[in-house]
Design a protein around this ligand. Structure first.
Ligand SMILES: *Cc1c(COP(=O)(O)O)cnc(C)c1O
Length: 346
């Protein structure tokens, strides 16, 4: 079988399943168990998430991030309202209109802001510029942590978003497909980076951090979770053999690998970011604060690199190239990439 290491920097979802997650699935695979999340493993996984966040939150498991975001958002607003986010937000650029579809048409309004983070002044302008019936009423602010360009909101920045949202009666949704990488970057407690900063609902990623599939939708504002189980079921996001999705959560939170996997990914990205300095044709375009490295390279350089078989993500909005490190990136593969880059055009 061909070892497709060339695509390993394309995303952190090109990585496989961590052995711990596989072991958890094997362990859960004994005898029979109640279905649809009524089982021991799902209860344990949800309890572990409550412990992790040090609060009594409502937890639901779905298959992927698009569903997590779309369903979470649909329980925060109505169709005539609006969701405010950064123009590079995954919910805006990469979910095929899922949030609009699931909310029955809630409009997404975007703001810009440096380093992939929403600018709070512009956000406030978007919230307050109109209040007439012709404008979709702002109801949710969505932030991605870490951002799509690999930067991390500081607790103060999150607090500013949280306070602004509360001031105008908006809810805060956090797309945390890589939340573990933000935790690893800031070495703060999960609570400090979420509900203590005003986050009402967090979509917590498992897939990119070593699980086979699965994201947790975590409602810190429990009232918003009303009937969420029905939403999940209606759209085909309620796994009947839920235990196999839940078991990796339980094991990885218990052992600490949920955070240590992310630490490894961040460390590798830091090494890659540093070593890119050896390549004179390439510019690093964003601070590397989590597990993504964003680069600007000449087109001829890029096509030669791709000709060698390397795959990475072309960030279509900005024209930048994104290299992602994951829980199983190896330093020797970074060396290989750098060596190939050095071979291009002297
Ligand atoms: C990967 C990702 C998601 C989830 O995407 P799915 O492919 O639907 O699992 C959501 N938000 C961000 C920022 C992501 O990077």
């Amino acid at each position: 079988m061909r070892d497709l290491r060339e695509c390993q920097f394309a995303s952190d979802n090109t990585a496989g399943i961590s052995s711990e997650a596989i072991e958890a699935i094997i362990e859960a695979n004994t005898g029979c168990s109640r279905s649809y999340g009524e089982d021991w493993w799902t209860a344990k996984a949800a309890d572990s998430i409550r412990e992790f966040f040090e609060t009594d939150c409502e937890v639901f498991f779905v298959f992927n991030g698009t569903a997590a975001n779309s369903l979470a958002l649909s329980s925060l607003c109505r169709s005539y309202q609006s969701i405010l986010c950064h123009q590079l937000a995954h919910i805006e650029t990469d979910e095929c209109g899922g949030p609009e579809f699931f909310t029955h048409g809630t409009k997404i309004l975007t703001v810009d802001g440096e380093n992939g983070k929403v600018n709070t002044e512009k956000l406030e302008h978007l919230i307050t510029r109109r209040n007439d019936v012709h404008y979709p009423r702002p109801k949710v602010v969505s932030v991605t942590q870490p951002t799509e360009v690999g930067t991390v909101y500081t607790p103060d920045e999150l607090e500013a978003v949280g306070e602004l949202s509360k001031k105008y009666g908006l809810f805060v949704h956090m797309d945390g497909a890589r939340f573990a990488n933000a935790l690893a970057a800031l070495t703060l407690s999960p609570a400090e980076l979420s509900w203590k900063r005003g986050v009402d609902v967090l979509c917590l990623g498992g897939t990119k951090n070593g699980m086979p599939a699965g994201e947790a939708v975590v409602f810190f504002n429990k009232q918003l979770a009303e009937d969420f189980d029905y939403r999940c079921k209606q759209v085909g996001q309620l796994a009947s053999k839920m235990r196999f999705f839940a078991a990796p959560w339980y094991k990885m939170l218990k052992s600490g690998s949920f955070v240590s996997n992310a630490m490894h990914a961040n460390r590798c990205a830091g090494i890659l970011q540093q070593r890119i300095g050896e390549i004179k044709q390439i510019t690093r375009v964003f601070p590397c604060e989590a597990n993504a490295v964003l680069l600007s390279m000449p087109e001829s350089f890029s096509s030669e690199l791709q000709g060698m078989g390397w795959e990475y993500y072309e960030f279509f909005v900005t024209g930048y190239s994104r290299f992602m490190c994951s829980w199983n990136t190896e330093v020797k593969d970074i060396d290989l990439l750098i060596n190939d880059m050095k071979g291009i055009g002297g």
